[in-house]
Design a binder for this molecule. Structure first.
Ligand code: FES
Length: 375
């Protein structure tokens, strides 16, 4: 567990507990690893409780229960109760599929603070197509139940080429459902979204038009609904400070117990990500090779190394650098200063050509069969 530098890390603040890779939906933009079928074993209840306790003891305050679909775990309410006892602010990140009124009551009694429901589109036809499962009407009912039981209504819609034309209708749907918060998350190209990038990436014109509509709506509903607009990396010229800096804030635990500095870290070669079955959270966070790998800036190459913005963006996203250029130490190619920036332009051009093609390939949906084929 020897670390690669001597910086004293600040403790984790956010813990993302990916309880399971099981999911009744099949969204082709899912950020879960494409080869998730290789990791079928899930941590048991007692291991999760220990993880929650150890991370809280170190200073974690925010907890997200996600997946897959966390509602498929029978012990969800028990884990929520444990989290409440430890003093976490807990958030359930769910598709809503499988939620019932009885379960909401149970989770509320257990002390869950927050529920975020995702919806795929503004029409049943498109929602059910993208989700790969008939779920639209049920999701709308769940949105009402969330409000009825005194939670803020937090709606998340992932935006891509298949639904971006529905922006006005998506906004109207959010208003109709009484959303207090609406997250419009332009697709980030990791996991399944990376595989489907040519089919999911909107053109710059589509993106700008949708953004203008969302901005105008934001002003109209100011004070009633808060809108978070997650911009697509590929149309930016500076990279995001991914994870707020590697190993500074976020700790993700995958369903099989692997501890990850970001949700995509499994793709990076040679990290040797540790497993909570073998090490304590404190050992993992402070001492493991994986969590120390990109801490600080000693790992940086040019142009990041001498860049006056390096403390702002930390060189961008390591996984994006690797997925685009094959070099995880490279500057994130999203950055216009990166010598690999042309790769982003090429990806945009490739998506545009794919949209214009008469024989566009079909989307690859996230399911076990496809995962086994792609693994
Ligand atoms: Fe891994 Fe950005 S997703 S560093």
């Amino acid at each position: 567990m020897a670390g690669s530098n001597n910086l004293k890390p600040t403790p984790p603040r956010w813990l993302l507990a990916e309880l399971t890779y099981a999911c009744p939906l099949q969204c082709p933009y899912c950020s879960n690893p494409v080869d998730y079928s290789k990791y079928p074993s899930e941590l048991g209840t007692e291991d999760w409780k220990r993880v929650l306790s150890e991370a809280r003891k170190m200073g974690a305050v925010q907890l997200g229960f996600s997946g897959g679909e966390p509602l498929t775990r029978k012990d969800l309410a028990e884990l929520v109760r444990h989290a409440r006892g430890l003093g976490y602010y807990s958030n359930l990140i769910t598709s809503g599929y499988g939620m019932t009124e009885e379960k909401i009551v149970q989770l509320k009694e257990a002390g869950l603070d927050h529920i975020q429901v995702s919806i795929q589109a503004s029409t049943q036809e498109l929602n059910d197509h993208i989700a790969g499962t008939a779920s639209f009407e049920h999701k709308k009912k769940v949105a009402h139940l969330v409000k009825k039981h005194g939670y803020p209504m937090v709606l998340c819609v992932v935006i891509h080429r298949e639904n971006i034309h529905q922006m006005p209708e998506i906004l109207a749907m959010a208003e109709e459902l009484g959303a207090d918060y609406l997250e419009l998350a332009n697709t980030q190209y990791y996991g399944w979204a990376h595989v489907n990038r040519d089919l999911l990436m909107p053109t710059k014109e589509q993106f700008e038009q949708a953004e203008a509509i969302a901005q105008a709506f934001k002003e109209k509903v100011a004070g009633k609904m808060k809108i978070y607009y997650v911009v697509p990396d590929y149309y930016e010229d500076r990279p995001k400070a991914c994870m707020n800096g590697w190993g500074t804030t976020f700790l993700t635990i995958a369903p099989d117990g692997m501890a990850l500095p970001c949700h995509e870290a499994r793709v990076l070669p040679g990290l040797d990500c540790p497993n909570v079955r073998d090490y304590s959270i404190e050992q993992i966070w402070n001492e493991s090779k994986a969590f120390n790998f990109f801490r600080g800036d000693a790992w940086m190459k040019e142009p990041c190394r001498s860049c006056d913005e390096k403390h702002k963006d930390h060189g961008g996203c390591r996984c994006q650098a690797y997925l685009l250029s094959g070099d995880m130490y490279a500057a994130d190619p999203v950055c216009s200063k990166s010598p690999d920036h042309h790769l982003v332009d090429e990806a945009i051009a490739s998506a545009r050509n794919s949209a214009l093609a008469t024989d566009e390939k079909p989307l690859i949906f996230r399911n076990s069969k496809n995962s086994r084929q792609l693994a």
